[in-house]
Design a protein around this ligand. Structure first.
Ligand SMILES: [Fe+2]
Length: 373
């Protein structure tokens, strides 16, 4: 791990078949980026095969392929390259589809120079943070090792992360407040898989609504929201993890991923978070009938907040609309969860959870639709 800020200029590939927007991007970005240009998908893939690129601006209409198709290819082969969609006001729906496929944000034509430079700069800075965190996660198994090793690894990680944040960024993650670590946790989840971050955000959203409905205290609600957000943090420890390949049901979960509750619990053990956060991470795959993992806890042996997250995370796995998945409709997911109420879940949580789902159907936040920040 290193805490030094990379000194190299970011490399940007501008993919656009029209000279006007392409030249405008070149002129605006050249002072602080190294620019490559491609007029077609074929030319773009050729450049990508032999140049290290940090960020791509991608026009949706290309002579040889649709931009969205090219985006999917790029994210499959080069998942760590950030892509910004370039679009006109009439094609916003396509831009949103691009975000769903992993684009970091979108730019509207004609360009507003301030918005353009701000988005590119923020995206490049985010990529540097995510690259640093990926490097940490790949090379620092101490993070989920003994408490002593984990404390040391977190210190190195947090120091390096802070050095990569600009002065304008919020440095509250350096505070000892558990919520102050949220930007770092969010980036760690996103560094692993942007869809894992989106899943974690939605599960936290459902859990928060459950907390309100169940009249939990404010302190309990805060702990529940944080625990739900971190419930799958252990998955960030696997070098090859894809949310789109993750299995919905605990009984069908890959062996590798069965270790994620334990790894996640060890990861956060040295961070002085509320005890219940660790319990949520450790026990969100336990089942009411004792057939879950990792310990086979049964009924009320399973911590209450973990029971809430258990039902919320399964619902989201079943309904998540993400590339590579075949989501169930809300009604189908409700049916499946209802059928499993006495085997998988605390039956008393079923009714309040289904009320929450029905009420929030139109209000689920989609963090992936927020341009990179
Ligand atoms: Fe999980």
């Amino acid at each position: 791990m290193t805490s030094e800020k990379p000194a190299t200029r970011p490399t940007v590939l501008v993919i656009d078949d029209e000279a006007g927007p392409r030249d405008a991007l070149k002129v605006i970005l050249r002072p602080f980026c190294t620019i490559y240009c491609a007029e077609s998908a074929t030319a773009a893939l050729d450049i990508l095969s032999h140049k290290p690129i940090d960020l791509i601006t991608l026009d949706q209409k290309l002579p040889d392929r649709h931009g969205l198709e090219l985006l999917q290819d790029i994210k499959h082969t080069y998942p760590d390259i950030e892509v910004v969609i370039v679009t006109g006001y009439g094609s916003l729906k396509c831009a949103m589809e691009g975000i769903r496929h992993g684009a970091a944000g979108y730019l509207l034509k004609p360009f507003n120079i301030n918005e353009l430079t701000s988005l590119i700069q923020q995206t490049v800075e985010k990529k540097r943070r995510l690259d640093f965190l990926r490097q940490c996660l790949r090379n620092s198994s101490e993070l989920w090792g003994s408490k002593e090793d984990s404390t040391r690894a977190w210190h190195t990680l947090q120091t390096g992360y802070a050095a990569l944040c600009t002065e304008t960024d919020n440095h509250s993650f350096l505070s000892h407040s558990d919520m102050g670590l949220l930007p770092l946790f969010s980036d760690i989840l996103e560094a692993t898989d942007r869809q894992l971050l989106n899943h974690s955000s939605r599960v936290s959203f459902y859990a928060t609504l459950m907390g309100t409905r169940l009249n939990l205290t404010l302190s309990e609600q805060k702990t529940l929201a944080l625990g739900a957000f971190l419930h799958d943090i252990g998955k960030t420890s696997f070098s090859i993890y894809k949310f789109s390949e993750d299995q919905a049901l605990p009984s069908r979960a890959p062996i590798l991923c069965k270790e994620h509750p334990g790894r996640g619990t060890r990861m956060i053990a040295s961070l002085e978070l509320p005890t219940e956060v660790g319990q949520i991470i450790a026990s969100h795959h336990e089942r009411w009938d004792g057939q879950g993992y990792p310990l086979g806890l049964q009924g009320t042996e399973i911590p209450f907040l973990a029971r809430i997250v258990g039902i919320a995370q399964l619902f989201d796995h079943l309904t998540a609309d993400a590339p590579g998945r075949s989501p169930l409709s809300t009604d189908q997911a409700i049916q499946q969860i209802s059928n499993q109420a006495h085997t998988h879940f605390d039956p008393e949580l079923l009714e309040p959870f289904l009320d929450v789902v029905k009420e929030s159907a139109a209000a689920v936040p989609t963090m992936s639709t927020v341009p990179a920040a």
